[in-house]
Design a protein around this ligand. Structure first.
Ligand code: NAD
Length: 305
């Protein structure tokens, strides 16, 4: 099979490439906006370095594609707030173009990486796909618009699925980015003995999920033409930020101290997925949160050495 991964040089995209690279022909379309060539080191692929908004690059990358994993996006909520038009162009126009290119190429499936952000500040947990979306940022609004484009594009020839990813962590997640997530930042600080900062009392909860289980979900829906629509992907288990910091200190054997700063505006208190809808299609995670954290710590340790 020929598989197109948009955003394949990014954190999650590179794990999708890793899943397929031995047995399939993988094409990566990435303009390296936030992705890194080093994420693809050792992985067999053809890189088309360009934007999903560039018709020529997209036509080149999508030619002959059977499956399309669409992960390229403006991924940062704060950046989407400061550049809403660019976010709209990349996440909505870009998604429309990827869908058109997939159809033109005769692909049978497009899978979109959507986000739990579409649920907004609604305090109700766990999040169910039947809840009304309440996007609170251009990032969330454009992910929701992308889901609608996928739903509209589905027909007898092309199947589409959007996965609403919760808090993904794992190897290759960039702790240096201005918008990095808690897991890579805490691990890097723990390994170098630096103080770990927790915003607020640390009692806020997240549904952290190991990137290999996200890949498993993406691959699962890609192989199922009958699985259409939008699905949450998380473990359906929550961990507080304080518990996460303590677990990372334990796994790294670090004596870093933990300080608390005022809660950041816009931080959601609790986020938890119900992944029952996806489980109903036969998906099961292959790892536990604890295993994922162990493997992730091992990886960050290995790249420091
Ligand atoms: N990491 C998470 O916890 C999480 C949660 C929910 C949803 N998602 C979604 O998953 C997807 C992947 O996220 P990630 O965490 O791997 O982020 P990432 O920044 O590592 O990956 C995004 C990739 O898209 C590429 N890209 C951006 N604009 C592009 C363009 N115009 N043309 C081609 N490539 C472009 C970037 O260079 C990068 O390689 C995104 O769509 C994101 O919104 C991630």
């Amino acid at each position: 099979m020929r598989i197109l991964v948009t955003g394949g040089a990014g954190f999650i995209g590179s794990h999708v490439v890793e899943h397929f690279h031995r047995d399939h022909e993988v094409v990566v379309l990435d303009d390296l906006r936030t992705g890194r060539l080093r994420n693809l080191e050792g992985l067999r692929h053809r890189l088309v370095q360009g934007s999903i908004l560039d018709e020529g690059a997209l036509a080149d990358a999508s030619a002959g594609a059977d499956l399309v994993f669409h992960l390229a996006a403006m991924v940062s909520v704060p950046e989407s707030v400061s550049q809403p038009a660019a976010c709209e162009s990349l996440n909505v126009t870009g998604t429309a173009r990827v869908l058109a290119a997939a159809r033109g190429a005769g692909a049978t499936k497009v899978v979109l990486a959507s986000s739990a952000a579409i649920y907004g500040d609604n305090p109700m947990v766990p999040k169910l796909e039947t809840m009304a979306p309440e996007p609170r940022s251009p990032y969330a609004a454009t992910k929701l618009a992308g889901e609608r484009l996928l739903a509209e594009a589905a027909d007898g020839a092309l199947s589409t699925t959007s996965l609403r990813l919760f808090n993904v962590f794992g190897p290759r997640q960039d702790p240096a980015s201005a918008y990095a997530a808690a897991v890579p930042i805490f691990i890097r600080k723990a390994l170098s003995g630096e103080t770990i900062t927790v915003y607020g009392d640390g009692g806020q909860t997240r549904d952290f999920i190991y990137v290999k289980d996200i890949v498993g979900a993406l691959v699962h829906v890609a192989s199922r033409p009958d699985v259409l629509g939008s699905f949450n992907v998380g473990y359906g288990a929550s961990m507080t930020i304080s518990e996460l910091a303590a677990e990372i200190l334990r796994l790294t054997g670090s004596s870093s101290s933990v300080i608390h700063l005022p809660v950041r505006p816009g931080d959601v208190r609790h986020s938890l997925a119900s992944a029952d809808k996806l489980r109903g299609t036969g998906w099961r995670p292959s790892h536990t949160l604890a295993e994922g954290l162990v493997r992730t710590v091992e990886w960050y340790r290995s790249v420091r050495e």
